[in-house]
Design a binder for this molecule. Structure first.
Ligand code: AP5
Length: 238
């Protein structure tokens, strides 16, 4: 009798402290495999830029390095996962969540909607490294791509490699806000590591970006979470 094959992972969460590299990994996975990347940080920044009611409510929390209230975040994700890009041809909900859930009530909301993760990838990075990364981060307000003045500089200083938009230093990437975000992460998001222990894979996020990505790809591939696109995986990992 052949062994029972595990179900492929359709609902994946990228978990990690601010600056752990979630956005960097997620953007690469989208390019390579076309996963549906749902970044609550990107959604909130778009709402702030557009001046929507959500953006107006969220801005002061974000600038202070605090989490936006759960009820706003749960509503945002509940709407987003209904979009067609989060459904497979057979109607299965599929997503790569980046920045959600960040609290136990947010995790409860996913479970209540039968949207709990099949796989959680936890990028572990020490706080001291995080502060260096975020102080030097530059972000594209056009496509959301992250860069770093030392670790991942753009080809042309201050300009996004992908879409040519001028890069910005995020308002919450100042040292005081970074320290508050780290405190919020340890207090409010840290308990999710235990909550998801049964489906969680920890990856050392302090490695070089290419090595982190290669390890994430290996993990996703082992769980049947990625559909190979001929010719596009050669640079990642064999
Ligand atoms: P969000 O945008 O989600 O911010 P975050 O979690 O703080 O994460 P970051 O985007 O700062 O970091 P990242 O892990 O994506 O790292 P990145 O790849 O950019 O949220 C912003 C705010 O919105 C929150 O503070 C909160 O107020 C609110 N919010 C969002 N979701 C919420 C929720 N669910 N509930 C309540 N509030 C919510 O990398 C960082 C830097 O390091 C870059 O410069 C990059 O180039 C560099 N880098 C990446 N990987 C490496 C590496 N391996 N080696 C060296 N450098 C690297």
């Amino acid at each position: 009798m052949s062994p029972v094959k595990p179900q492929p992972a359709n609902r994946i969460i990228l978990l990690g402290a601010p600056g752990a590299g979630k956005g960097t990994v997620a953007k690469a996975l989208v390019d390579l495999f076309g996963l549906s990347h749902l970044s609550t940080g990107d959604m909130l920044r778009a709402a702030v830029a557009a001046g929507t009611p959500l953006g107006v409510q969220a801005k002061s929390f974000m600038d202070a390095g605090a989490l936006v209230p759960d009820e706003l975040m749960v509503g945002l994700i509940a709407d987003r996962v209904q979009q067609p890009d989060c459904k497979s041809p057979s109607g299965v909900v599929r997503f790569l969540l980046d920045g959600f859930p960040r609290t136990l009530p947010q995790a409860d909301a996913l479970d209540a909607g039968q949207l709990g993760p099949d796989l959680v990838v936890y990028l572990a990075v020490d706080d001291a490294i995080i502060v260096d990364r975020l102080c030097g981060r530059r972000t594209c307000p056009g496509c959301g791509s992250p860069f770093h003045i030392h670790f991942a500089p753009p080809k042309v200083d201050g300009i996004c490699d992908r879409c040519g938009t001028a890069l910005v230093h995020r308002s919450d990437d100042q040292e005081a806000a970074i320290r508050k975000r780290l405190e919020a992460f340890h207090r409010q998001t840290g308990p999710l590591v235990g909550r998801y222990a049964a489906c969680l894979v920890t990856i050392d996020g302090a490695q070089a970006p290419a090595d982190v990505l290669a390890q994430v790809v290996r993990t996703l591939r082992a769980r049947g979470a990625i559909v190979e696109n001929a010719g596009q995986t050669a640079n990642v990992v064999s």
